[in-house]
Design a protein around this ligand. Structure first.
Ligand SMILES: C[S@@+](CC[C@H](N)C(=O)[O-])C[C@H]1O[C@@H](n2cnc3c(N)ncnc32)[C@H](O)[C@@H]1O
Length: 285
């Protein structure tokens, strides 16, 4: 049963989206998100592992998935892709299909993180230049289909921008999938509270070498405040599947949705409260 939506959506501002937000604060939360994607405490594995299963299912199984190049459209510092890529490719190669390629892109490319990721995987590459997800070019390797992935980022777009993101996906790709873990629901608000508090522990592991991070977490609590603002604002900006569908439907007939199949769902990805909300669009040809 879908979680209850507690209040209407408001497009409030996240600190991370502001040009004046210091890069070290962005890096801090992106690392926390990468850790959240990897944390495994359910029978179905980590959120990243669950996303790989959902992605393959949405595309119709390994045979269809093997035809795609996957674009991580708002990659941050990598999000789930370092785990998603091996999980998807293991399932493809098990069935005798060749591995597929993943490409990291973002409005603010995190070169340091991406260079580390691509060194560890021959099937992940990145685009060095900033790419705005509201007007990207098709990037799939020639001869392959394109699937655009939006991990924990679709809530960053206000309605006009979100319409552009969806229109571009429908017009220039063959599939897209949105994953969110923040929403206007009680489980999401509780899970976000855990993520906010987690910075009190993770800072010491991730940034023990940095007096700035330690000072701004434990002495002047700028980091926890930043996590709280962006975490709860992300929840307030979350969209239901119906709201995403409405963004597509109201662009008709200019936007041709013929042949597209849309699905959505939610499932527990992190105990005790973390729900993953997903929305997929696949062109059935
Ligand atoms: C909350 S982070 C999510 C990062 C990563 N996908 C993850 O799951 O950990 C949101 C990301 O969206 C990116 N972003 C925001 N607006 C964007 C846009 N218009 N085009 C491309 N990326 C954008 C930000 O730079 C940031 O890296």
């Amino acid at each position: 049963m879908p979680s209850w939506v507690l209040f209407p959506r408001l497009h409030l501002a996240e600190v991370e989206d502001q040009p004046w937000c210091p890069e070290w604060l962005r890096e801090h939360t992106h690392r926390a998100l990468a850790r959240m994607w990897q944390t495994s405490n359910t029978a179905n594995g980590s959120p990243a592992t669950q996303a790989s299963t959902l992605l393959l299912r949405a595309l119709g199984g390994p045979k269809n998935a093997a035809q795609f190049t996957f674009i991580d459209a708002c990659a941050g510092s990598g999000g789930p892709t370092p785990l998603l890529e091996p999980a998807v490719n293991a399932k493809l190669t098990d069935k005798g299909y060749p591995p597929v390629e993943f490409i990291l892109t973002d409005l603010r490319p995190d070169m340091e993180a991406w260079e580390g990721i691509t060194k560890r995987s021959e099937h992940i590459s990145f685009i060095r230049e900033p790419i705005d997800a509201t007007r990207p070019q098709r990037l799939a390797k020639p001869g392959t289909k394109e699937c655009r992935l939006f991990h924990l980022c679709f809530h960053h777009f206000d309605d006009p921008a979100a319409e552009q993101v969806l229109a571009s996906a429908v017009q220039s790709t063959d599939a897209f999938m949105i994953f969110e873990m923040t929403h206007r629901t009680l489980p999401s608000l509780l899970n976000t509270t855990i993520v906010i508090l987690s910075c009190l522990i993770t800072t010491i592991f991730d940034f023990y070498w940095s007096p700035l991070h330690l000072l701004c977490t434990y002495i002047i609590p700028i980091v926890p405040l930043f996590y709280a603002i962006d975490g709860y604002v992300s929840c307030i900006r979350g969209r239901t599947a119906e709201e995403i569908s409405a963004l597509l439907q109201r662009q008709q007939p200019k936007l041709n949705l013929d042949g597209w199949e849309f699905n959505s769902g939610e499932q527990t990805a992190l105990l005790p409260f973390g729900k993953m909300y997903w929305y997929s669009g696949v062109k059935k040809t």
